[in-house]
Design a protein around this ligand. Structure first.
Ligand SMILES: [Zn+2]
Length: 453
């Protein structure tokens, strides 16, 4: 079997790995590039292999940087099945059409503002393309082996990152050799997700390294959030939390309602302003066996959150001036309804903006947590006067210690480890740490590099 790295090398987005033997091609993850323009431009390059020659796709999880290119792959001729867990499928049902809709909006905007070099800018894919891709999905269970391409057996195990997330184990029938893709690895002690299941067998491991160069703060997120919310409400301000619609939004809702019920913050309205996050919350609560929250805890979220669905409701919320908490997507403030809230809330020192996870270089979130004095939103610069916090202890990615602990918990002894899904320094440090701790041969692959498994 050969493994070729088609993305997530030197960056945290665009996860795509191609496994092939003489007759078959299996793609593991099919993500979109996000972040700085040079990376986003890669979404527009022709796919490095003809999509019609790929037999099947297997997904580690639903996040767009792992699934978002699928509609384009289907549009360009991919006819096979897309395998993932049931929850990943349900989340993709929400995320992919939305990504298509955003692509269409962006193309229309570029046409109106004439900033595209094309006469009539086209979207990368449309909402309709996304719905067509969804027809090729085949949801499956954890721990149940299946054969997406002849001679390649695949199993999902829980990765603890978001609902439905998995490590993908691929075994070659003829040799018995196994390659494991970590996908995004969750926390050892996440508030809502169970810790990632240890892996016990792999000849080759492909391991993420988002936090290869950093440890999460050891602060208690309940305590920190209580302080920020109480202080902000005390001066009559609003707390805005840009959150990833899938995963962090649900965790934040749970924590905020818990500290409110415990009397650690004053009683104040909590708004969830993101149709996508609202749907993801419903899916999360439906799959209550796959995470730590009980039905009662999910009901607490449902009962006490004000769900902002329509554009009109969102505009009305934008005019609110009394203390409240607003959770809105996207998590790195790169798009979505959170931008409208930022425009009204950033210029006022009474308010607080709380980021809750990894901020990719080049995003507004990254600029804000690094102390930008102003940020550009919808073509205009907005002064940053509000308090900016980065509650990185709420991240859904394990830091390097947590990943090393996860590897240590298993009985795995890979001959080779390929470190991906990180900025260059993070991946290189993760590589060294794996090598030093376990003595395994670890490398950081280049884009389009191909290796023999
Ligand atoms: Zn992810």
């Amino acid at each position: 079997m050969k493994l070729r790295f088609l993305g997530a090398t030197g960056t945290v987005t665009g996860s795509r790995y191609l496994l092939s033997d003489d007759k078959h091609r299996l793609l593991v993850d099919c993500g979109m590039y996000q972040g700085v323009k040079n990376l986003r431009r890669r979404n527009w390059a022709a796919f490095p292999v003809d999509p019609s020659t790929i037999n099947a796709v297997v997904l580690t999880h639903a996040h767009i940087d792992h699934s978002g290119y699928l509609p384009a792959l289907v549009k360009n001729g991919f006819k096979g099945k897309i395998y993932c867990t049931k929850a990943t499928y349900e989340l993709c049902e929400v995320l992919l059409p939305d990504a298509g809709f955003l692509q269409e909006e962006e193309a229309k905007y570029a046409y109106r503002k004439k900033y595209s070099k094309h006469e009539k800018p086209e979207p990368l894919f449309t909402e309709k393309d996304a719905r067509k891709a969804l027809e090729q999905f085949e949801p499956l269970h954890y721990h149940k082996p299946f054969e997406p391409a002849k001679g390649m057996q695949v199993t999902f195990t829980p990765a603890g990152h978001i609902l439905g997330s998995s490590c993908v184990h691929v075994s070659e029938a003829s040799t018995g050799r196994t390659v494991v893709f970590s996908g995004d690895v969750g926390r050892q002690k996440d508030i809502i997700m169970r810790s990632p299941e240890p892996i016990h067998s792999a000849n080759v491991l492909v391991c993420e390294s988002t936090y290869g160069d950093r440890l999460h703060e050891d602060s208690d997120p309940e305590q920190t959030l209580s302080e920020i919310i109480s202080r902000t409400a005390g001066r009559g301000g609003i707390v805005l939390i840009p959150a990833f619609a899938v995963g962090r939004a649900q965790m934040l809702l749970y924590v905020i309602h818990k500290i409110m019920a415990d009397g650690k913050i004053p009683k104040l309205p909590v708004f969830l302003n993101s149709p996508m996050a609202i749907k993801a919350t419903e899916i999360f609560c439906r799959h209550n066996k796959e995470h730590k929250l009980s039905i009662a805890q999910c009901e607490l979220i449902d009962r006490n959150t004000e769900f902002v669905r329509t554009v009109e409701e969102s505009i009305r919320l934008g005019a609110v001036r009394y203390p409240c908490v607003i959770i809105s997507a996207s998590g790195m403030a790169s798009g979505g309804r959170v931008l409208h809230h930022l425009k009204t809330l950033l210029p006022n020192p009474r308010n607080s903006i709380v980021f809750a996870g990894f901020q990719a270089p080049g995003t507004r979130g990254d600029a804000l947590v690094n102390g930008a004095e102003s940020v550009k939103i919808h073509g205009e610069y907005w002064p940053v006067k509000a308090d900016i916090h980065n509650l990185d202890s709420l991240s859904a990615h394990g830091d390097y210690n947590e990943i090393l602990t996860w590897l240590e918990q298993g009985t795995v002894q890979p001959e080779k480890v390929f470190v991906t899904h990180g900025e260059p320094v993070a991946s290189d440090l993760m590589r060294r740490r794996i090598q030093e701790r376990f003595g395994w041969q670890a490398t950081v692959p280049d884009l389009f590099e191909e290796v023999e498994i």
